[in-house]
Ligand binder design. Structure first.
Ligand code: ATP
Ligand code: ZN
Length: 299
């Protein structure tokens, strides 16, 4: 009974995606108590449980129908998808939504004194990585024969230990590479966190909750930078003022009592509103400007 009604969402137990994932669920309205070392957390106000696991296990849990949804990096999703396909297994997870977090790239990095011109420069080299399938696809696409050295971690020190000539690893700032005398030479996959789900049909109750969660998450992503702006504008310069409002669709225009030549403009701006924008609006005749944060949005 329980299996058919309570939604199971797998997230990373401890790592770069953990805080973001918990915050996202909290912002969706979920209340839960997270005990120390707990592997499962029951939602108190929604039929939803959180499974806290290693990120690499998340696609498998969705594949095995243990979890209905998972929050995990595109890098892990792609690697698993290719691994399953190589074994002739159909991957049973699909990306529902990309999230604005966990951005990084899977790149080829070489020692500072290594000359890299193009993928052919990797011909005959040993490449250390934790992503053998994605790397294998890249090499195949470029017709390069190289030896893939699959490691489970500490890839960046492989060249210094003599285990590989170059590496293929996740990069965000590049500081780790610099510290290890390596330079990034080619990006083979752009990654970010994403929500995956099983394509297998779930009960109508669960389906309804998945739908509601997706709408809420979409709203959360949209309000991130959004501002609500209110201002008075001369009717004659309305078009110019509308053009100056950053990322706003159709603002609401209301007459201003006692001022036939003026209107009140209400607009949701999808980008941050800076002082320069307000100064520009003022120069175009706007006055009484107010910028408010947007807390929730549902479309
Ligand atoms: P686990 O113990 O869960 O297996 P992990 O060591 O594999 O943890 P983390 O280092 O916490 O994982 O990274 C989790 C995810 O965060 C990565 O798979 C990737 O999608 C994303 N990420 C963002 N920036 C980086 C980065 N600079 N290096 C590594 N991962 C990054
Ligand atoms: Zn991992």
């Amino acid at each position: 009974m329980d299996k058919h009604t309570r939604l199971k969402v797998a997230i990373q137990k401890s790592g770069r995606l953990t805080e973001h994932s918990l915050e996202l669920l909290t912002r969706c309205g979920l209340k839960f108590n997270r005990g120390k070392d707990q592997l499962i957390c029951h939602g108190e106000n929604m039929p939803l449980d959180i499974l806290l696991v290693r990120d690499d296990d998340i696609p498998d849990l969705v594949q095995q129908d243990v979890a209905d949804l998972g929050i995990v990096g595109i890098n892990v999703i792609e690697e698993k998808r290719l691994a399953f396909e190589a074994r002739g297994i159909q991957p049973l997870f699909e990306v529902l939504m990309r999230l604005d977090q966990g951005r990084c790239r899977l790149s080829i990095a070489v020692p500072d004194d290594f000359r890299y011109d193009n993928p052919q420069s990797l011909q005959g080299k040993r490449i250390a990585t934790t992503y053998p399938n994605i790397l294998g696809r890249f090499l195949k696409q470029h017709n390069v024969q190289a030896e893939i050295v699959t490691l489970s971690g500490a890839v960046e020190i492989a060249p210094r230990l003599g285990r590989a000539d170059v590496i293929c690893d996740l990069v965000s700032s590049g500081a780790t590479l610099t510290a290890n005398h390596l330079k990034e030479v080619a990006v083979i996959l752009e990654s970010q966190a994403a929500i995956i789900r099983t394509p297998v049909a779930v009960s109508p109750e669960k389906q309804d909750w998945i739908h509601r969660l997706m709408l809420r998450m979409d709203g959360i992503q949209q309000v991130k930078e959004s501002k609500y702006i209110l201002l008075h504008a001369p009717r004659a310069r309305l078009e110019e003022i509308k053009r100056l409002l950053p990322g706003s669709e159709s603002p609401t225009i209301i007459p201003l009592e006692g001022h036939p030549d003026k209107v009140v403009v209400h607009a949701v701006c999808r980008e941050n509103v800076f002082w320069e924008t307000l100064e520009g609006l003022k120069a175009a005749g706007a006055s009484s400007m107010l910028v408010l944060p947007v807390e929730k949005m549902l479309n």
